[in-house]
Design a protein around this ligand. Structure first.
Ligand SMILES: Nc1ncnc2c1ncn2[C@@H]1O[C@H](COP(=O)(O)OP(=O)(O)O)[C@@H](O)[C@H]1O
Ligand SMILES: [Mg+2]
Length: 327
């Protein structure tokens, strides 16, 4: 779907901002471009929609070089979301969201339906926000509208440059969760820039980790966490990488892999749902909120008891059993 072929970028004949980068992105995948500030993430992203030229190498979108595509047409087919949402302050929310469909000459009815659909998708009531201006929305709401605008003409590809980076941590977590839900429905091919390993692990089907313009490792989050390709990756990922990997699993994954301790009805035990993230379970167990937790299935039936020992057993199994994947 998207192929980076030996891509380099040199600004003004100076040092390489992007240095011989090779990787492919499959259709419907969300790939996080990760790395410290200045490692070339934004540059790489902007070469895809040709906001930056490619110095050397090429990028293919659906087997066609982006250099040979008509820039204006291509940008309409690629959704672009940036950190400072980029909404036009003097245009209503509806006008902002419908910029590209308007340019494409969609009729009024089609635009209205699309606007209503997108606003519902991002969790804002269409009629309540239609005539408002960006400054009349909170930062989180503006960022959601930025996402809706990028999705407006249903582009197959989305480029998102630290889209939630300016939001405070609680709002950011909420928007990340919402966006993952949306992605389940829309299944876009997405390049998502981040400098935050936690965000990358949470959002990415795969992570491409960069240093000084060079790709260090490209693989599933689990692989990056557990099999760092070199010392830089290992350091970037940090000490608590096993703990980080727990956000990749739910209680259900654990139940499917190791057997729970039997449940005796003596005393009261806190319950957790099967769809709870293992990371949340661990923080409950580690914070002494509970020594054990009763696992409840969707019908409210208790399946057994979960303890820290079992979590440990499960993680150990994952690390040992996950076959080495190359990507
Ligand atoms: N327009 C530009 N002109 C010259 N150098 C640039 C320009 N944009 C970015 N750079 C340089 O290219 C490198 C990569 O920048 P960037 O892609 O913005 O990194 P990131 O998004 O990972 O923070 C940095 O050294 C930056 O200073
Ligand atoms: Mg950047």
């Amino acid at each position: 779907m998207l192929e980076f072929k030996n891509v380099s970028k040199i600004y003004n004949g100076n040092k390489k901002a992007v240095d011989h980068v090779n990787f492919n992105v499959d259709e419907g995948e969300l790939v996080v471009l990760l790395g410290p500030s200045g490692c070339g993430k934004t540059t790489l992203l902007r070469m895809v929609n040709q906001l930056e030229s490619i110095t050397e190498g090429d990028i293919h979108l659906n087997n066609k070089s982006v250099k040979e595509s008509n820039k204006i047409e291509m940008r309409r087919k690629i959704g672009y979301v940036i950190q400072s949402n980029g909404l036009f302050p003097n245009m209503t929310i509806e006008k902002n969201v419908m910029i590209v469909p308007d340019l494409l000459g969609w009729d009024r009815k089609k635009q209205l339906d699309r606007f209503n659909y997108l606003m519902e998708l991002i969790g804002l009531h269409p009629d309540e926000y239609r005539k408002r201006y960006p400054h009349e929305l909170s930062g989180g709401q503006q960022q959601r509208v930025g996402v809706a605008r990028a999705l407006a003409a249903d582009p197959p590809v989305m480029l998102m440059d630290e889209p939630f980076g300016a939001l405070d941590p609680i709002i950011r977590t909420k928007i990340q969760d919402e966006f993952l839900q949306i992605q389940k429905e829309i299944k876009k091919t997405i390049l998502f820039v981040s400098h935050d390993i936690d965000e990358a692990v949470k959002m990415g089907d795969k992570i491409a980790l960069f240093r000084d313009g060079q790709l260090q490792q490209y693989n599933h989050p689990f692989e990056i966490l557990h099999r760092p390709a070199n010392e830089f990756v290992s350091e970037f990922v940090g000490q608590d990488r096993v703990l980080k990997s727990t956000s990749l699993y739910s209680v259900k994954d654990l139940v499917d892999s190791v057997s729970l301790t039997g449940y005796q009805k003596a005393g009261s035990v806190q319950t957790v749902q099967e769809d709870t993230s293992l990371r949340i379970v661990i923080s409950k167990l580690l914070n002494q909120e509970a020594e054990q937790l009763a696992v409840e299935d969707t019908k409210g039936k208790i399946k057994g008891i979960l303890t820290l020992d079992l979590v440990e057993k499960f993680l150990y199994k994952q690390i040992k059993e996950t076959p080495k994947r190359t990507g």
